[in-house]
Each structure stands twice: as C-alpha cells, then as structure tokens.
Design a protein around this ligand. Structure first.
Ligand code: NAI
Ligand code: MG
Length: 349
C-alpha cells in the first residue's frame, strides 16, 4: 500500500512561489518513485493577503496547520510591508506555536559551485540555531517617544530549558558526525545571558560526552571566513545562529543554496521546511531565482517524514544537475528557475 503525507504549503511572497512550484514538482516525482503520495494544501498567506485583509494568515491559521504532516514555506516579506510585521505576523507565530525550537541550517559546498572564498574547495557544516527564544523577543518597548530622550529597550529571554534542549540536539548531531561542537557565545559583552548560555551548554555537553569549544561570535565569524573547515556543528542563539548561517551560506556560494528545517524534534507538532533566503524583491518575477535551497529543504522534509530514499533521490537529482554545470545566475550560470527544475524532473523520471 502506498504511503501518503499531507503538506501545508505557504509559498509566500516574491520569489517564494517561483522556487516552491519547482520544489513541489520535483518532490512529487521523487516520492512517486517510492510509492509515496504527497498531497499539497496550498495556502495564499503572506504580504498580498495582508494588503487585502490586514492579516498575514486567517485567525484560525495555526489550527489549519496543526493537522499537516509538515509545512513547506517559500519566503515572506515585501518592501511595502515593514519586515517586522511580516516576520512576527506569520513565521514567528508558526515556529513558536509548534515549538519548532531547533532551526537546522546545513551549509555545504555543492557540486559545480565555486566558493567566493579563495582556497575553499570543501565545506560541510551545520548550524543549529535556537529558534523560539533568545534575542528575538517581544519584551521591551520604546519609551519617551517623540522626545530627545527616546529610548528603545529590547530584552532577550534565555531559559535553562531552552538552552538545554537545543544544545542536546546539537550535541547528539555532533556525536553522529565529527564529535566536534562549537558554541557561539559573547560572554564578554553580554554579561547576563551569555555566561549563563556557556554554563548550560557546558553542562549538557558533559552529560552527552561531547567536547565543546565556546568561541565569541565575532571571532567565530572571522574564523568561518579564514578557516571554515575548523568547524563542524555550531550551536548558537536565535540571533547568532541567524547571522552565522547567512555567512556560511555565502561561503557555500549563494543564499540561493541554503536550506533550513524548523524542527519540533518530539513530533508533537508539524515541523516547517524553508530556504533561508527571503523573497528577493530585486529578482522577483524574473524567473531567475535559484530553487536549490527550497529543493534541499524539501529533501530534508522527506527525510523527516521517514522517506529517506525519496529524500536521497531528490538530493542526488538536484546536485547531479549542478554537477553537470546547470546553474542559475547567482552561481554564475544561465539556467532559469524553471529550466533548472525541468532538469531535476528529467533526472527523476
Ligand atoms: P533576501 O534573501 O530576500 O535577498 C538577499 C540577496 O540574495 C538579494 O540580492 C537576492 O536577490 C539574493 N537571493 C536570495 N535568494 C536567492 C535565490 N534563491 N536565488 C538567487 N538569489 C537570491 O534577503 P533580504 O533582501 O534581506 O529580504 C527581502 C525580504 O525577504 C524582506 O522582506 C525580508 O524580511 C524577507 N525575508 C524573509 C525570510 C523568510 O521568509 N524566512 C528570510 C529572510 C528575509
Ligand atoms: Mg536570516
């Protein structure tokens, strides 16, 4: 009997729908090869809906997603809408309501890609970003508005439970890989949150019997550029993990190749898979966006759903197309989004 999975799809804004349509066609093919049926529940949520109705998703949006086996997202955000509104009106509520506390962001130098960094011909690291607390908090405010004394306060929130569970995930991942774990800190400047982060990370790593190296995030950013091979698994807070993963993806050639999984490891709720890039208004509508990040995210989704063979097929297909020299403009090639997608489909047929 064939297996089937129901996926909620939020293509979103800008290049989101362009890369998502490629990912759906290719994932469907990869799944079909293993007698797996994927059903898509496409949701027109995002900035256009906001312009029309004042909200990014319906009032019962989270309830609608709760029954899905997974969520596939393109990108949300558009210049006519302040970015903090779109982020906090759609993405962050989903990550938090479904307790997707691990944001897994692999960065790999894929076949056919030349790193912008001279001498880097191998890169394979994973950033494990804390995804539901930390610096991205609504605690704070702006006081004395319209006066010269106006002051903005932005409070970080770090809990022992939050640090423990993301570190445990990262430590187990490190144990499966190289055994090396790097923790991004800033315990010299941030005197309350980061010494506490360091202490909890050290405790969890001792329990998990994994060696951890704590590195200040500024020095770590420099090290990722000068010696990217010196890190394997990096665990970081919400903000540090966000910044380091964009840096890592740039070293891997382009934002257009970097995927991200928002995981609820206990599987009490659906997890969400997306490219790490945004809606790229500068190239939206031109049909040139790189769909690789979303294809890779879809492959991670298949693996999470227990479809390892379909996930591997999809990964092999798009990396094979790249190895053959079919690349989009961000990687120096001339393939359009749909030409690249058609090549992947052909390989899966
Ligand atoms: P961005 O990732 O959209 O674009 C940054 C640069 O990378 C641009 O030059 C863009 O053309 C290029 N780029 C991104 N993805 C690409 C792809 N697949 N192929 C080729 N080139 C690609 O980041 P930006 O400009 O900071 O944000 C644009 C909008 O997206 C904003 O509204 C922002 O809030 C939103 N955003 C949404 C995210 C999400 O939905 N998870 C994540 C990041 C940004
Ligand atoms: Mg980012």
């Amino acid at each position: 009997m064939s297996r089937s999975h129901s996926i909620a799809v939020i293509a979103g804004d800008g290049i989101g729908p362009e890369v998502v349509s490629v990912a759906l066609a290719c994932a469907e093919r990869a799944a079909a090869r293993h007698d797996v049926r994927l059903t898509w529940r496409e949701l027109d949520w995002g900035c256009e809906r906001y312009a029309r109705s004042g909200t990014f998703m319906p009032d019962d949006g989270l309830d609608q997603l709760a029954s899905a086996d997974a969520i596939l997202l393109g990108a949300v955000g558009w210049p006519s809408v302040p970015d903090h509104l779109s982020l906090w009106g759609l993405l962050i509520p989903i990550r938090r309501a479904f307790d997707q506390y691990v944001n897994l962001r692999p960065a790999r130098l894929l076949p056919g890609v030349v790193s912008p960094l001279r001498g880097v011909d191998e890169l394979d690291l994973v950033i494990v970003r804390e995804n539901v607390e930390g610096e991205y908090s609504q605690v704070g405010g702006v006081v004395e508005e319209n006066a010269r004394a106006t002051t903005a306060l932005q409070q970080s929130v770090f809990t022992r439970r939050g640090i423990e569970r993301v570190t445990r995930y990262a430590a187990k991942l490190a144990a499966e890989r190289s055994g090396r774990l790097t923790s991004a800190t800033k315990s010299n400047g941030l005197v309350h949150s980061m010494p506490f982060w360091d202490q909890v990370v050290a405790e969890v790593c001792a329990q998990e019997d994994v060696a951890v190296e704590a590195v200040h995030v500024d020095a770590l950013a420099a090290r990722l550029v000068t010696a990217p091979g010196s890190c394997d698994v990096v665990v970081g807070s919400n903000l540090f993990g966000d910044i380091l993963s964009d840096l890592a993806s740039a070293i891997a050639g382009s934002l257009g190749v970097a995927p991200s999984a928002n995981l609820n490891p206990e599987r009490d709720h659906p997890s969400m898979f997306e490219p790490i890039h945004g809606s790229a208004p500068d190239i939206a509508g031109k049909g040139v966006a790189n769909p690789v990040a979303t294809l890779w995210a879809a492959s991670m989704m298949l693996a999470h759903l227990g479809e390892a063979e379909a996930a591997d097929d999809l990964y092999s297909a798009f990396t094979g197309v790249m190895a053959d020299g079919c690349l989009t403009a961000d990687l120096g090639g001339s393939a359009t989004t749909s030409e690249f997608g058609a090549e992947v489909v052909r390989r899966l047929s």
